[in-house]
Design a protein. Structure first.
Length: 256
């Protein structure tokens, strides 16, 4: 799939009129400050590309930071851009209202390539068994369900390591069965989320649909870049069934 860049030009609306977007997104959590939870303070360190001996699994550090945000009733999960580098982790589930995930420029938040430890979730009605779901699919790299006031921002990169899924789910020989129990998940899945903003980030290497926005409302998507390689499969940019009040910018497409 070619690169798609969302740039801040005139907005247009999908579903209801923009008047339904009643939440001042810029005041959701506030700028980084006392309620900022830096993953480095919880033990996270920049790692490397998956498969190399010195790669660091930061899943425990991210889990600890998210637990602290839950205890505080919301806050900013900061993935710092200094020092620049790759932070590897298993999927992140944003369960606390008023959570802001800030991946700063210079930082890459990258999925750990470990299918055995990757959580599974039940399929949604928007996900047909025709995709080979076998009743479950891999959790999204970034997920949020039944929660309000979620922001993703910062100028950095969110990389879902789709290369760990494309081959096993689609063997080169069509007669060869899939090597995965469960279907590829999304880079991002918002399920029944109210009031959210995606801005300033690059989303890349989605295993399947890139931004899956299901049964949600009042979502702003602007100033983002999405890049999935031509060799990837079914990595649609947006998939938003039953979702009201999506406002996004025009989507020019550029060659990969």
């Amino acid at each position: 799939m070619a690169t798609a860049t969302l740039i801040a030009l005139a907005l247009f609306t999908l579903a209801p009129a923009a008047a339904s977007l009643r939440w001042p997104l810029e005041n959701a959590v506030g700028p980084p400050g006392p309620r900022t939870f830096d993953v480095v303070a919880y033990g996270a360190k920049v790692g490397c590309e998956p498969g190399l001996p010195s790669c660091r699994d930061n899943s425990a550090a991210f889990a600890a930071a998210l637990a602290a945000i839950e205890r505080a009733g919301g806050g900013t999960l900061l993935v710092p851009g200094t020092p620049s580098g790759v932070f590897l982790t298993l999927p992140l589930n944003l369960t606390t209202p008023r959570t802001r995930l800030r991946v700063e420029r210079g930082a890459t938040l990258k999925a750990l390539c470990d299918n055995e430890r990757w959580p599974r979730i039940p399929t949604l009605p928007s996900y047909s068994n025709g995709h080979g779901s076998k009743g479950s699919w891999f959790a999204p790299f970034i997920g949020a369900s039944n929660v309000q006031d979620i922001t993703l921002e910062g100028g950095g990169i969110i990389d879902a390591s789709g290369e760990c899924f494309w081959g096993p789910s689609h063997p080169a020989d069509p007669a060869e069965p899939s090597q995965m129990e469960g279907s590829r998940g999304n880079l991002l899945l918002f399920e029944r989320v109210q009031r959210a903003e995606l801005t300033g980030l690059t989303f890349t290497n989605s295993p399947f649909w890139t931004l899956h926005l299901w049964d949600s409302e009042d979502l702003h998507v602007h100033g983002i870049t999405v890049h999935n390689p031509a060799s990837s499969d079914n990595d649609d940019l947006f998939f938003g069934p039953n979702t009201d009040g999506i406002v996004r910018t025009p989507t020019p497409t550029h060659p990969p």
